[in-house]
Design a protein around this ligand. Sequence first.
Ligand SMILES: *Cc1c(COP(=O)(O)O)cnc(C)c1O
Length: 378
Amino acid sequence: MATSVPPSAGFPVTVSMLPPLERFVTELQDIWDSHRLTNAGPKVQAFESALRDRLGTSHCLTFCNGGAALLAGIAALKLEGEVVTTPFTFPGTTHCLALNRLTPVFADVDPVTYNLDPAAIEAAITPRASAILAVHVFGNPCDVEAIEEIACRRGLKVIYDGAHAFGVRVRGKNLADYGDVQMFSFNATKLLTTGEGGCLVYKDATLEDDLRRLRRWGMLEEGDVTMPGANAMLSEIHAALGICNLEQLEEERRQRQQVVAAYREHLAGLRGVELPSEPSEVEPALTYFVVRITPEFGCSRDALLQRLRDQGVLARRYFYPLCSRLPCYSHLPGAEPGATPQAVRIAEEVISLPLYGGLGSAGAEQVCQIIATAQADR
Ligand SMILES: *Cc1c(COP(=O)(O)O)cnc(C)c1O
């Protein structure tokens, strides 16, 4: 049974999934027996193999976190110039471009999926563009077919930040099938977690050596250093946690599905609360449950957030402010006032409600009651 029991007081935005401790100890026993802690040992290899099976991909390497995986994935593509990307994401997405000395160019998003709008991508492409970096925000799939078509026609690489999208399928096809490279995060706030961790899936098998070198100080074997690299390896202990958590992912998903159903039921009638879209062809991520508080609600998103916090519900503004509003990126193309009106509005209205298996439908109902009372009292 998944043990996502909430801490005693209130409702955090999420509670990390953990395996039964006895199960984890059996994995640790192997590590204690072998004294092998890192350098892509048996646990990392077993976890990578399980990830390949799960994602239906032949190429997948783990990293010490999702950010490191994305940094390495971008570096391995050897890009130059500009990369068209979304402003509505976690700052880490944009940082991975900047740290690779690429220029982010922000394009607007779709008002329903919150993901890059293909028409806006097209309009943002200049002769300096070398790639598109799209994010499946909250696990909502990007318009992957349209992005692939644009990239193909304009000669661009496609990078996906799939931090929220582990296991998401569209029309039966895993999202891991798309993009030249794609990152999944196993951070403690994500559905599948190793504490810190992440992986990169990639299409071109010839990237593997560079990715391994980027992950281990530029070397494949000790002493053979051919390029600069960092240490971005996942440890055996983290991989062991991933192996255990994969075993109970379905159970956690089943519980989260009930929480989401309860949210949808109890928020459905509330004026000014826009529920996330649920396209029938998508098997959802269940990483976040994000609603929009529109002006019809009667009090501001931030006032509601405060009210929730006062009552122990630690809802969050995922994602606010836009990356294009951060002082380090506000000079970039697409950051001008009025350039991305949909993204601006979405960032002002979103609120991420607690989502974890242990919340249960009763917990979700309690959160909904606080929201309903906030509206009635305003
Ligand atoms: C969590 C997250 C990351 C970073 O992943 P880490 O594993 O924490 O490094 C990057 N992008 C997005 C959109 C995220 O939510």
